[in-house]
Design a binder for this molecule. Structure first.
Ligand SMILES: *[C@@H]1O[C@H](CO)[C@@H](O)[C@H](O)[C@H]1NC(C)=O
Length: 493
């Protein structure tokens, strides 16, 4: 206990002094604030006007690509053995279980069935800032609901739009799926693949950050006819939609997050983070946060679980090369996250608890989409049989590097930049924001009091169960909270 207190003082007191000094410096010295960039270009070659036509899209992976995938899975080499006293996920993906997953992929998994699911809703491709963006655009039966409101729904890493396949029908027809009791509201859903993910084209230039994605998605929403819309997101989806709310509050009707990150950059936030770590039960209202500890988040979550982030934020292409060349490597790398991020305790299990909440088929669909990125240019030119499938794991990982290098996005490196930032993660979000906190979400441990220092948090609910991939794991809980939040805002109008 004494040692712990000593340690606490050793770390917290100097950090507190440093942060207070920093805040005083940054607040007392006024500097002109440059605006964030309103345009960008991530296409090939010189900037030109976007081709704004909207092309319908269907997922159709050629047989040859699927055959090649099966052959590669068949020739997998897994020669390391699981440690005798660690038959779990604690050293990473368990090799014994990986062999079972690969066997399922090769002998039982049917991509064509998954393709039918993927093609259940209308999909389109259009060019924004030089990149072909894929998106679902699904509309409810307008006769059935009093009001149809637009929703921008954004996925994260290592997921893609497939994560939404269970929630989409609920958003379109909430009464039929028992996530709302009245016919007041249904959503018109626009769910894009982040460029570099899923069926969107990869950016060809550096700088495609979360801020750029937010700008691109706002342009997409305007192109499909919506100047104002609601937003929902987890993982990168929460960061992208939050950035959109910061940059373009006039476009955002409301923001719903299942991962809320607010860095304690104000004095109040800092107070909560420090004092709340010592006497959380006196500082935070909700009992879920009565064991809150900033130090625990750092040492029990961030240090053991953020290695992937450091790699991807520094040298994404290096690790990505191996993953893009080996389906086994890709599956291990991605599905390890679906284990640990769904529930940290699953690390102790030989199979990572992967099928406790998901089926191998749906998990392998997430992976197969990373394996088979479509060359959308060729799709648009209608030579469907010749579409190249190149994989998009590298591009998805570069999104981490761009996150930390965009000076307007997350200026960590330079105090002058930090003072000037117009749109950093710490800039206050004034748009009404709701937060669905899932208890096993490792990266979403902040109490409402801390989050409210960074955004206009009008509602936070702590869910009874669930982790990082909320839409995939608990779609109806997420949809219910989203409907009650948006219903409340619409009633006030
Ligand atoms: C939060 O949102 C509500 C609802 O739109 C609004 O009335 C209120 O002024 C906002 N608060 C802040 C601090 O922006």
């Amino acid at each position: 206990m004494f040692l712990e207190m000593g340690l606490l003082k050793l770390i917290i007191v100097p950090s507190l002094v440093a942060v207070v000094a920093f805040l005083a410096y940054t607040h007392l010295v006024p500097t002109p604030k440059p605006d964030f960039p309103r345009d960008g270009w991530f296409g090939t070659g010189m900037k030109r006007a976007d081709d704004t036509k909207i092309t319908p899209f269907k997922v159709a992976v050629p047989d040859a690509v699927l055959e090649d995938l099966k052959n590669r899975v068949a020739s997998t080499r897994i020669s390391h053995e699981v440690l005798e006293d660690a038959n779990s996920f604690e050293y990473g993906f368990n090799a014994n279980y990986l062999k079972k997953v690969l066997d399922h992929w090769q002998t039982k998994y049917d991509w064509r069935k998954q393709e039918v699911i993927l093609n259940s809703w209308p999909q389109f491709i259009t060019e924004v800032e030089g990149v072909k963006v894929h998106y679902y655009h699904a509309k409810p039966d307008a006769k059935k609901y009093k009001k149809v409101v637009p929703l921008l729904l954004v996925h994260g890493w290592p997921g893609n739009v497939f994560e939404f396949y269970k929630m989409l029908p609920m958003l379109l027809d909430p009464v039929a799926h028992k996530v709302a009791s009245t016919h007041d509201i249904a959503f018109e859903v626009i769910a894009p693949s982040i460029p570099g993910y899923g069926f969107s084209e990869s950016p060809k230039k550096t700088g495609f950050s979360q801020l750029a994605a937010a700008r691109v998605f706002r342009k997409l929403m305007e192109r499909v006819g919506h100047k104002k819309f609601y937003m929902q997101g987890g993982d990168w989806g929460s960061i992208v939609t939050s950035q959109l709310a910061r940059m373009y509050p006039e476009s955002a009707l409301g923001l719903h997050l299942n991962m809320a990150s607010a860095s304690p950059t104000s004095i109040k936030g800092l107070f909560y983070a420090v004092v709340g770590s010592i006497i959380p039960q006196h500082v935070f209202k909700h009992s879920h946060h009565h064991d809150y500890s900033t130090l625990d988040i750092l040492t029990k979550v961030m240090l053991p679980e953020s290695g992937y982030m450091h790699i991807q934020a520094t040298k994404p292409d290096t690790v990505g090369t191996g993953l893009n060349d080996s389906p086994a490597g890709l599956a291990a790398y991605i599905l390890e996250k679906f284990s640990t991020w769904t529930n940290g305790e699953y690390r102790k299990l030989p199979d990572g608890g992967l099928t406790k909440k998901f089926t191998l088929d749906e998990l392998l669909t997430i992976v197969t989409i990373y394996w088979t990125q479509v060359n959308v240019h060729e799709f648009i030119n209608k030579c469907i049989d010749q579409i190249l499938h190149q994989g998009n794991i590298v591009a998805s990982q570069r999104f981490y590097k761009e996150c930390f290098t965009d000076p307007y996005n997350f200026p960590l490196t330079n105090i002058d930049e930090m003072r000037e930032m117009q749109c950093s993660f710490s800039h206050y979000i004034s748009v009404p924001t709701a937060h669905a906190q899932f208890p096993n979400e490792l990266f979403d441990k902040q109490p409402a009091e801390i989050i409210a220092t960074g955004m206009n948090l009008t509602s936070q609910v702590v869910m009874p169960d669930g982790g990082h991939f909320a839409a995939f794991e608990h779609p109806s809980d997420l949809a219910k909270h989203l409907f009650s939040f948006v219903g409340g805002l619409e009633k006030k109008k």
